[in-house]
Design a protein around this ligand. Sequence first.
Ligand code: WTA
Length: 641
Amino acid sequence: MSYPYQITSKEAYQQAYKKSVEDPEGFWSAIAENFQWKKKWDKVLEWRFKGDGAPVVKWFRGGKLNITENCLDRHLNTLGNKPAIIWEPNDPEEHYRVLTYKQLHQKVCTFANVLKNNGVKKGDRVCIYMGMVPELAIAVLACARLGAIHSVIFGGFSAQSIADRIQDGNAECVITCDGAFRGNKTVPLKAVVDDALVQCPGVKRVIVLTRTRTPVSMIKGRDVWWEDEIKKVETMGNPDCPAEEMDAEDPLYILYTSGSTGKPKGVVHTIAGYMIYCTYTFVNVFNYQPGEVYFCTADLGWVTGHSYVVYGPLAAGATSMMFEGIPTYPDAGRFWDIVDKHKVNILYTAPTAIRSLMAHGLDFVKDKDLSSLRVLGSVGEPINVEAWQWYYDYVGKKRCPIVDTWWQTETGGIMITAIATVTEPIPAYATLPLPGIQPAVMDEHGHEITDMETSGNLCMKFPWPGMLRTTWGDHERCFKTYFSAYPGYYFSGDGCLRDKNGNYRITGRVDDVLNVSGHRIGTAEVENAINMHVNVVESAVVGYPHDIKGQGIYAFVITEGNHDNNDDLTKKDILETVSRIIGPIAKPDKIQFVKGLPKTRSGKIMRRILRKIAEGEMHNVGDITTLLNPDIVEDIKKGKV
Ligand code: WTA
């Protein structure tokens, strides 16, 4: 497979960018020609960011296709015996697995038939809660084969979070595992699903894959084993499964993500635009060359796993590594061992992983060969200069460009980044927008700033094929969240700087969303969870700088009765409550019991003050004269943990 749309020089980038702005329809339709369609589109783009029913974004209207034919079938003749997925298990002693394109195609077809036998049809929502095993990718692709809409939930979320997501999407089928291996732990996934399903009577079928042999309870009439269902399909003979003909704008998946409000929203991506955008960005950003081994360490529970472990790489006919474990098990050299063992050429990981490995010292990396590496990538949060330098010096051995890729669940694919071997990486800068991407920096009055060198809030002024189309079940919410702050623009929620050459530096969220170890967590969500605890009267959550996680979670909590900061039991109970309601990833790093919270006369919590205290900027909390209860500030400062 070669890529006629691959950018190989700075001039070609500039030309592509220019063309994409002057003639977006011509630009994207030329790229779309490289994919397999059952019927070509009638109109490349129809869009409206403001006005009635906005946002309206339709790419390739009238086009018919199936994304799995693009990810699998069309490669069978040329790449059939080449590895599509190489899977490295949690335990390095267990044998790794390779699935060639032929094998993956066959497994996806077989499992799609399993889903069919279990009542799943086009348009149904299927909830997937599994560990990072190849069957997770197979399940996702099998849904897409039938036109069922998958909703993958990260294995670290709680039963309550699963129940909320199942109810929001009205899923009738759940796919899970008995358990998942994570470092030296086993996570009992099926038991968590069982707890969730107490609240979800609409779920008719649970398909359970055996992975850890953790004991599970199988409910008669509802739960079936993955392996038994596969056998049934195989004994019936023909495991082939024709790919459902889908509309370009049919939903492909729902992925829940946190925002400023308490309830995560289901970001909806549709088929054709998303596929084309993921593939185009994958091939270009990483400068992928046919035959190379590409390793993205993300979990499929996050958008990075969707776009850059599964859809982008497979549609490009690449070899995609999938990793079950964690970077520090059995030791902090695990990534480097995988790179050497499988001769990985491109590595895509998160700053938080790099910082945690840095903290373990050079011993785990200095004797590794790593000569197969050619390109390094970073995603999920701003990469600090120290981490960038370490990644560059010790992992890339000063030979490999680092692409710092800025994007979001909502954008579907990478938006602002250097292009490996083509444009210049700059530490701490995401650098330049990809072709098709038209950023705008907004001032405090809501106007676009036209000066090159500036700072402000980051928006997009023109649609791109990979962007979200709606939030599941609530289009108004999509409009309010992303398109109402700056009418006519998509608002990212991030702040940025732009230098005189047009390079962007992302400075972080400007809303009430935290980025903890690269995971988005809404402060309101955590507050709601803390407030569920019987002893809690009120709470306020803010972020603070954390060496490894990027941001840590700091909770100020008012409890009933007298609790001083040594009340470990109540603290533990609160942590347990947050784990139960959201999941362990949302547990506060610090809890401070307080007698009151700084509030304005209208009763609004002044988070700005709490943020300063949490950051340790005690002398510089700003104006407190407008507070209803200014005295409380000194009190809170004294009790800082
Ligand atoms: C942040 C992850 C700086 C940003 C793909 C964004 C980044 C949020 C970068 C989206 C980066 C992601 N530099 N910040 N290279 N990449 N972010 O939806 O705040 O999990 O809004 O998508 O992560 O997180 P999400």
